[in-house]
Write a protein that binds this ligand. Structure first.
Ligand code: SF4
Length: 417
């Protein structure tokens, strides 16, 4: 908490916290934005994993049908003001377990395509149980070109700690490879209680060998509202595992594409959050516009009711000051390990130096940042510090926001310090 507060005060040059309110607009200003992405949240799972913080509940067909109707309506409520069909970079389906609504995906994509032209591909998160031939064929037929597989670990002991079991991953990866998706991302968790360097490196080696083009490795985080039996490893151990992972990938010529992701070179990224701007649909989804960030209600009932009344299901909104928006941009650029001044300027209308002249100069001086062809790149040394910042931010901001929204569908306000 102290770390995030200090950073916020220094970078925003203000004691003003991030203040979210429950007032909202029904017309979203996104038509003029470049590099806009789309995200759709499907909040249903076959069973609920103890470690998982995401907004989800057990699948029920009747409820999923009602949810689909509301989702189509929300898309229409957002898109109806558009003058022209808007070009967007990508569409991602996340959850939850989106493939539980696999037969509804075409309708959802069709509705989105009435308003948006998707230029850079469609991605979906898949649970290992979803990986069967018929599903993969349906996904291909729906135009999906990128998949992210929630494998988490290949080690039996680690899986047991996560409440999962090994489900023929080799055969499943084989099926995915044969289906010829452009991007195959695999989610792995590192620093699972009891995990050793050997098991982690074996996980990553096997995953790339089996055909992954990218591996996203998230540290095991014990959210206050999760139901974990096991406590996370200490900070030092977590950091050491990340270092071992990063060193190993660099020897194997696997590129580090963000603080927690690694990819084969010349492959396209699977990335639903590191975007200049995005529109989110469904419960708990977030939307980032020029100066506004908003998050939808977490309650499926309230989501359906609000959309039925022809209003957007927004729970909380923050209107950023220009400096707060610049800090948000800086935060996600640091996660992606590079800050491109041209792109920064495109979003903020000013150079990064006009906001962070001292910070960028200082980061370069102490070896946290290197400038290559005008782009600021985070060094390896700085990436481990950022790994701690990202976890501190997750605990102080995400845990608080999601914790509150799980209890209250439309809170009056929320202050993040
Ligand atoms: S980890 Fe995946 S399958 Fe498990 S509860 Fe979370 S979203 Fe559902």
């Amino acid at each position: 908490m102290l770390l995030t507060s200090l950073l916020r005060i220094i970078l925003t040059r203000s004691f003003r916290p991030f203040e979210f309110k429950n007032d909202y607009e029904n017309k979203l200003e996104y038509e003029s934005l470049e590099n806009l992405g789309l995200y759709v949240h499907i909040p249903f799972c076959r069973s609920l994993c103890s470690f998982c913080p995401y907004c989800k509940e057990k699948f029920d067909k009747e409820r999923a049908d009602l949810y689909k109707v509301a989702l189509l309506k929300e898309i229409e409520l957002v898109g109806k003001y558009q003058k022209n069909r808007k070009k967007v970079t990508s569409l991602y389906f996340g959850g939850g377990t989106p493939a539980l609504m696999i037969d509804d995906l075409c309708d959802i994509i069709d509705r989105l395509q009435q308003y948006f032209e998707i230029t850079g591909g469609i991605g979906i998160e898949l649970h290992p149980d979803d990986i069967i031939e018929v599903n993969l064929q349906k996904l291909k037929a729906a135009g999906i070109s990128m998949v992210s597989l929630g494998i988490q670990s290949l080690d039996e002991d680690c899986l047991e700690k996560l409440g999962r079991s090994n489900r023929d991953f080799i055969q499943k990866m084989d099926l995915v490879k044969k289906a010829e998706f452009e991007v195959i991302d695999v989610d792995l968790i590192f620093a699972i209680p009891g995990q050793t360097e050997e098991t982690l490196l074996n996980d990553i080696d096997m995953t790339f060998k089996m055909g992954a083009t990218q591996v996203s490795t998230y540290p095991f985080i014990d959210f206050t509202f999760a139901d974990n039996k096991y406590k996370p490893m200490g900070k030092k151990k977590k950091k050491k595992l990340l270092r071992v992972l990063s060193d190993h990938c660099s020897v194997c010529e696997i590129k580090r594409t963000s603080v927690w992701t690694f990819a084969k070179s010349e492959t396209k990224k699977y990335s639903s959050v590191t975007r200049d701007a995005f529109l989110g649909f469904g419960v708990s989804s977030t939307t980032l516009l020029k100066n506004t960030f908003k998050i939808n209600t977490f309650s499926i009932e309230e989501y359906i009711k609000r959309v039925d009344s022809e209003s957007l299901p927004t729970a909380l909104t923050i209107n950023f000051t220009p400096r707060q928006r610049a800090v948000y941009y800086l935060f996600w650029s640091a996660y992606g390990m590079e800050l491109d001044p041209v792109k920064f300027n495109r979003t903020l209308g000013a150079s990064p130096e006009s906001f962070f002249k001292f910070e960028l100069w200082f980061a370069e001086k102490i070896g946290f940042v290197k400038r290559e062809r005008g782009i600021y790149r985070l060094t390896d040394k700085a990436s481990y510090i950022y790994h701690n910042v990202e976890q501190a931010y997750t605990t102080a901001y995400i845990d608080k926001m999601w914790g509150l929204l799980r209890l209250n569908p439309f809170p009056e306000k929320m202050i993040l310090k």
